[in-house]
Design a binder for this molecule. Structure first.
Ligand code: KG4
Ligand code: ZN
Length: 349
């Protein structure tokens, strides 16, 4: 085998999606996700059920990822896994599996920070070859996080601002729940928003200092608004669903874009990359594209399959660490809290 042919098996199990991918250098040969439907019945992720489902999914999923990539496990160069942040019971499944397999195959193990991986997904080889140049600003927007990160290098990241309460994905999902939509409601709000008038209703933009965010006030104001309107007209939500969704989405996009503009102004860096599940949102994608023509920004948005939780992003982070000799020993524990920029030293297995 050519020494420049690196094959990484990547495993992601931080929340409710079990995911596996095989990378050949920067390219994903396979990238598959087993989404756990069971949580829909509860309107949110139930940690115990998530970890049980990971246990059931992980072995067949890894076999399938190898099959699709047409790779034998003996060809693997290393195994990368999500160490955190996330639900501990879920992380333990992927971490233990990765450790056992790396021991069995006698290949190195690489731990990956899930949030750094969302950002590094920009370095996967795709049809659109443009990768962000350093330094750039990344806005990571997901169901668990909302951060603006200054990215100076693959492993040199600094959080400039973050949410003080709910993550933006939660704001979407909780608003959707108030509208009686199933979990996760973010993509549904997006879909209905395309059909409605975004200027029909207004919700307040929170006043939060610096580059931090807050979304809990928005949720409360939507709750009171809906209570008021439905008291007068019980059919209000059904009749106005599209306009309500469009107005909520417009407000959330406005909150995100205001802070992003502030970050660009303060750092003087106008290269901006989106990452995380909410980067799939059509409103934020459109606003970012407009920023290119309006303010001369250079923007980067990953393909949809690399926005939501996936293992290819863990694979690219693993590949970049592999090249840099950043391996992990078997004693490295999963960790529910894991700050961006604090990952992976150069321990050797
Ligand atoms: O990154 P991700 O897949 O998982 C976490 O690490 O949290 O993000 C999931 C979040 C959910 O809150 C989901 O509702 C939201 O991303 N989401 C969207 C859209 N697609 C996914 N929110 C708004 N519009 C979308 N199109
Ligand atoms: Zn995520």
């Amino acid at each position: 085998m050519n020494p420049s042919d690196i094959f990484i098996l990547a495993i992601e199990s931080s929340c409710d999606d079990t995911a596996a991918a095989i990378l050949h250098n920067r390219k994903a040969l396979s990238n598959i996700v087993a989404t756990q439907q069971i949580h829909q019945a509860y309107g949110g992720v139930v940690p115990e059920l998530a970890s049980r489902a990971h246990q059931q999914n992980i072995v067949p999923l890894v076999h399938r990822a190898l099959d699709i990539a047409n790779i034998d496990k003996k060809q693997l160069s290393a195994i990368a896994f999500t160490r955190g942040p996330g639900l501990l019971g879920s992380l333990l499944v992927g971490t233990s599996f990765a450790k056992s397999l790396s021991m069995g195959l006698e290949i190195p193990l690489i731990e990956v920070n899930h949030m750094e991986a969302h950002i590094l997904s920009h370095f996967l080889e795709t049809e659109d070859a443009s990768v962000p140049a350093f330094p750039f600003l990344a806005m990571t927007i997901s169901g668990g996080h909302t951060q603006i990160v200054l990215v100076r290098g693959y492993f040199e990241m600094e959080v400039l601002g973050e949410t003080l309460d709910d993550a933006v994905g939660e704001a979407f999902d909780k608003s959707a729940k108030l509208l009686g939509l199933p979990y996760p409601g973010g993509p549904l709000i997006d879909a209905y928003a395309q059909l409605g008038d975004p200027d029909k209703f207004t919700f307040p933009i929170p006043k939060v200092g610096g580059l931090d965010f807050s979304f809990s006030g928005l949720k409360t104001s939507i709750l009171y608004f809906l209570q008021r309107e439905t008291a007068a007209d019980p059919g209000f939500i059904e009749r106005e669903r599209n306009a309500i969704c469009a107005s909520i989405q417009k407000t959330i996009v406005e909150i995100l874009m205001r802070k992003l503009k502030k970050a660009v102004r303060e750092t003087g860096i106008n290269r901006v990359a989106l990452a995380g599940g909410v980067a799939a949102n059509s409103g934020i994608r459109k606003a970012l594209k407009q920023a290119e023509s309006e303010w001369g920004w250079t923007t980067h948005i990953p393909p949809l399959e690399y926005c939501t939780d996936n293992a290819a992003m863990i694979g690219i982070a693993g590949y970049l660490k592999y090249l840099d000799g950043r391996f992990t020993d078997l004693g490295t524990p999963a960790t529910a809290r894991y700050t961006i920029g604090s990952s992976g030293g150069k321990e050797i297995v």
